[in-house]
Design a protein around this ligand. Structure first.
Ligand code: URA
Length: 424
């Protein structure tokens, strides 16, 4: 086999054999297939797609490019949640300790933000002392600890290294937007992570990768099938991402909001999605008869949060960092807020310093956006609509520009459900 014959076969609409796929991914991981060859192949896949068999082989080959974690010695069932990425999506923060408090072990290997969507690790790193990088033994012992049972950490470089290399390449070659490539990228990491069950939160809407329900459904069912093939019980929920979740986007801002949820309060949509996903995770893990709502209200989830943060070097009682500067945007009309655009809010938070433009760049812990009204609520002209936070005053202008057309006021409240569909 040689790279050019694999590229031209896919370019011309052919089906690649499992052997060709394993060969090309292995050779790319080892540096024998060049970046320009892999980007040509990725672009051919964007245009031509992959069949179900090709997608399964592609995923297998990415899992086989590295090691696999093994949680079979744990006494509790393992279950993880993965979101395809949204704005204000801090659900992992309250969810992981909540599900651990209900009896599952939650290995939550997470990523950093790139572009307008935030990263769970960036959010948690705003907690003084908290460390994202743990070794396999450390992960195992935190999961085995009956007082903790949840870990949110970086995926080590040994898990699906082919995906790490390929994702960085896709990011700079316009080849992210392919359902089989996204599905195999996400699932190879989750399969290598060794979780027994998985709940996928596939976001749909202006602030998500998938802009419409048909695409989201196809991505979700591709991932559910890949999970089943690999022996991971997988279900997917399609959930709304036209407007952002909760009331804040930003790192420390979202930690603070998650603490409100763990304390039994917090924004209604964040609470609802956290509980819905918790119920799915417990069912997928085979745990029944436990009500996550009680564990949230009676403080058990908060206790888990504190021990989970402490286990990773963080101080759960330390004050969270705040930004040095802020600016307020006021409503210019009165009426019902009919639209609050997730993408615009995400871009504003990113430009204020909550996200990064290049891999490896530092993010600001205190930067971000708070919105003071949610779609369906009434606003009065002159009232604060957004507060913008940043350590860097010169960043406010471009964030304000991103928000200029981020909202509409009208007469009729929008009615979008939070959860559209369940697949799997
Ligand atoms: N997230 C991933 O991990 N991979 C993709 O390809 C897209 C989103």
């Amino acid at each position: 086999t040689d790279p050019v014959s694999v590229i031209t076969a896919k370019r011309d609409g052919g089906e690649l054999s499992a052997a060709q796929i394993h060969w090309v991914i292995d050779a790319y991981t080892r540096g024998e297939v060049a970046d320009e060859q892999m980007s040509a192949l990725a672009m051919a896949i964007v245009f031509r797609g992959l069949t179900r068999a090709e997608t399964a082989a592609w995923t297998d080959a990415m899992v086989a490019s590295g090691g696999r974690m093994d949680f079979s010695r744990l006494r509790r069932p393992t279950v993880d949640k993965h979101s395809t990425g949204g704005v204000g999506d801090k659900i992992t923060l309250p969810l992981a300790p909540l599900v651990a408090a209900c009896g599952a072990a939650v290995p939550q290997l997470s990523g950093r933000g790139l572009g307008h969507t935030g990263g769970t690790l960036d959010k948690l790193e705003s907690i003084p002392g908290w460390r994202a990088d743990l070794g396999a033994e450390e992960i195992h012992s935190i999961l085995a600890d009956p007082e903790i049972g949840a870990v949110v950490c970086a995926a080590g470089s040994g898990l699906a290294p082919a995906d790490r290399k390929l994702y960085a390449l896709r990011d700079v070659t316009g080849t992210v937007e392919s359902i089989p490539l996204i599905a195999s990228s996400i699932m190879s990491k989750k399969i290598a992570e060794g979780t027994g069950a998985l709940v996928l939160d596939v976001k749909v809407g202006s602030g998500a990768f998938m802009k419409n329900l048909d695409d989201a459904r196809e991505l979700a069912s591709t991932m559910v099938d890949l999970g089943a093939d690999a022996g991971v019980r997988t279900v997917a929920l399609l959930t709304a991402m036209d407007s952002p979740l909760g009331n804040t986007a930003g790192n420390a801002l979202e930690v603070a909001e998650s603490l409100e949820v763990l304390a039994g309060g917090g924004p209604a949509d964040v609470v609802e999605l956290t509980l819905t996903l918790a119920r799915e995770m417990l069912a997928a893990a085979g745990i029944d008869g436990i009500d996550p709502e009680r564990a949230l209200r009676d403080g058990r989830a908060m206790d888990r949060w504190r021990s989970m943060i402490r286990a990773q070097g963080g101080d759960p009682r330390a004050a969270l960092p705040t930004a040095r500067h802020h600016e307020v945007v006021r409503a210019t009309e009165s009426g019902v807020l009919t639209r609050l655009d997730a993408m615009a809010v995400g871009v504003a938070a990113w430009r204020l310093g909550a996200g990064r433009e290049r891999q490896g760049q530092a993010v600001q812990a205190g930067a971000g956006v708070r919105w003071h009204a949610k779609p369906g609520e009434t606003v009065a002209a002159g009232q604060p609509l957004f507060t913008l936070y940043s350590d860097t005053p010169r960043l406010f202008d471009s964030a304000l520009a991103a928000l200029a057309d981020a909202w509409s006021v009208g007469d009729t409240p929008p009615s979008t459900p939070l959860v559209f569909e369940r697949i799997g």
